[in-house]
Design a protein around this ligand. Structure first.
Ligand code: THU
Length: 138
């Protein structure tokens, strides 16, 4: 059982935000996630001259998660340049859902919410499993 320390996640998100690459929007984002083995994984946004190719901070976080051995995300915090909590964009909610499920706790400006509330009626691995023959085991 891993306890969620929101203050620590907030600090980690602020720290990694220093490395954000956002020369176009100047909107710096940092994200930190607690893994079920106690690890903290982080990411920052990485923009691109081809704007649509921008990678959100949460994508970097998930990349860090997988590159360091995987696991399930228990809690995620994203911050903007003023240290305010930032609710993940729609695409990132889907990306995070894959690795934390509906129980994943996500900090929002009004407090933590489970992914089930941030992304109701979500599409996920269970939908693939419903269709016979698909092997979705990792
Ligand atoms: N951004 C994130 O990193 N995460 C989000 O959930 C929302 C948006 C980034 C993408 C872009 O670099 C900047 O914020 C402005 O949209």
């Amino acid at each position: 059982m891993v306890d969620i320390c929101w203050e620590q996640l907030h600090r980690s998100a602020i720290e990694v935000r220093q490395n954000a690459y956002a020369p176009y929007s100047h909107f710096l984002v940092g994200a930190a996630g607690l893994v079920d083995d106690g690890r903290i994984v982080v990411g920052c946004n990485i923009e691109n001259a081809s704007y649509g190719l921008t990678l959100c901070a949460e994508c970097g976080l998930v990349s860090h998660l997988i590159a360091t051995g995987g696991g399930r995300l228990l809690a995620v915090v994203c911050v903007d340049s003023q240290d305010n909590y930032l609710a993940p964009c729609g695409r990132c909610r889907q990306v995070l859902l894959e690795h934390g499920g509906k129980e994943l706790q996500v900090m929002t400006p009004t407090g933590p919410l489970p992914m089930a509330e941030l992304l109701p009626w979500s599409f996920g691995p269970q939908d693939l499993r419903r269709v016979g023959g698909l092997n979705t085991n990792p």
